[in-house]
Ligand binder design. Structure first.
Ligand code: KG4
Ligand code: ZN
Length: 334
């Protein structure tokens, strides 16, 4: 089965062709980072306009690189939400038009489910049940995944997403946008133990996350130590990153133990972070967990993950009709 995936939920215009659920024929991602960088974050109006200009060339390239024509496809999967509604509508409209004109089945995919399915694009493939940690710029949550296409929310952030915290701290330090990769690079020159920032705890023991207190601590530290030297910027980056990693790893391990599963899948943009990946591997070896993390290019937004989730849903007989609408705050599970 050949599935075309389309993703336009935020600031990446992406299309991919997937064969039989796990053979990636092509994956094209056109990033808008340069467009939004001068504003220090994604400007929704600019994002949707850029998607409009880019979507058809990106889809055509995905088909060409995948060695297929529209007529070869068996189905289309497109991100329905959550995301920026104007951006989502671009991908959705193209998917609907293609499905209608080619008489192809199509499905709307939850972007978060897409991130989880990215874990199935490499060997070894995860087996159910597992706990999934989803860490991106818009979301930070833990899910229990008992079987394909079922999700139970175990915990989520009570304020900022982890990626958002990276982006805000990078801005505070004057490092630019997007913050994750820049903080990771800057942190290599710094000491992760130089400054002790607080890890949020909840008295009710919930598997929730919180990053706003950490962000405030960094902000207060920065105000107190101005002007910052490059050495101090590196130490702040390394200490902040170590604190985020500690919180993510702790909560995830605790959730897996509570759910009595030894399998953990981690995905989303922040899962591209090398220190987080290494900390999870150490934990895995110490405690006998199996950890599944997609390669960095499949952790950040892409359409291969949407096609993978789409393959599973099409195979399960799911079909959308032309009334399918974008949903900015689509939930994966309550
Ligand atoms: O999944 P994603 O591409 O888009 C959303 O669905 O949000 O995630 C983007 C987020 C951004 O906040 C970015 O700063 C963060 O992922 N990110 C990273 C790294 N690469 C991207 N955070 C930490 N370390 C990285 N290497
Ligand atoms: Zn994402």
């Amino acid at each position: 089965m050949l599935v075309l995936g389309i993703e336009t939920s935020c600031d990446e215009t992406a299309a991919a062709v997937l064969e039989d659920g796990d053979k990636l024929r092509s994956s094209i991602v056109a990033s808008q980072v340069a467009l939004h960088a001068e504003y220090g974050g994604v400007v929704p109006e600019l994002a949707s306009r850029r998607h409009l200009e880019t979507i058809l060339p990106v889809v055509e390239k995905a088909l060409r690189d995948g060695g297929v024509t529209l007529g070869d496809l068996d189905g289309i999967a497109v991100t329905q939400g959550p995301g920026l509604v104007g951006s989502l509508l671009v991908g959705l409209s193209v998917a609907k038009a293609m499905a209608y004109s080619q008489r192809l089945p199509f499905v709307g995919i939850n972007h978060l489910e897409g991130h989880i399915f990215a874990g199935f694009l490499q060997e070894p493939r995860p087996t159910y049940p597992f706990v999934a940690l989803l860490v991106s710029g818009g979301h930070t949550a833990l899910y229990h995944c008992p079987e394909p296409l079922y999700y139970r929310l175990l915990g989520r952030t009570r304020d900022d997403a982890a990626g958002e915290a990276f982006d805000k701290v990078a801005k505070l330090l004057g490092l630019g946008y997007p913050g994750g990769p820049i903080i990771e690079r800057t942190a290599r020159e710094g000491d992760p133990k130089a400054i002790s920032f607080p890890v949020a705890q909840f008295s009710d023991g919930a598997a929730d996350f919180s990053f706003s207190g950490l962000k405030t601590s960094v902000s207060l530290f920065v105000q107190k130590h101005r002007p910052l030297t490059p050495r101090l910027i590196a130490d702040i980056s390394a200490s902040f990153q170590a604190t985020v990693v500690k919180m993510l790893v702790r909560r995830t391990v605790r959730a897996a133990l509570r759910e009595r599963t030894r399998r953990i899948l981690v995905s989303g943009g922040v899962a591209a972070n090398r220190p987080l990946r290494e900390a999870l591997q150490v934990e895995a070896e110490d405690r006998g967990f199996e950890i599944f993390i997609p390669p960095p290019a499949l952790c950040t937004d892409n359409a291969a993950m949407i096609a993978t989730a789409g393959h599973a849903r099409l195979l399960a007989g799911e079909r959308a009709d032309l009334t399918l609408n974008a949903s900015a705050d689509l939930k994966l599970a309550e």
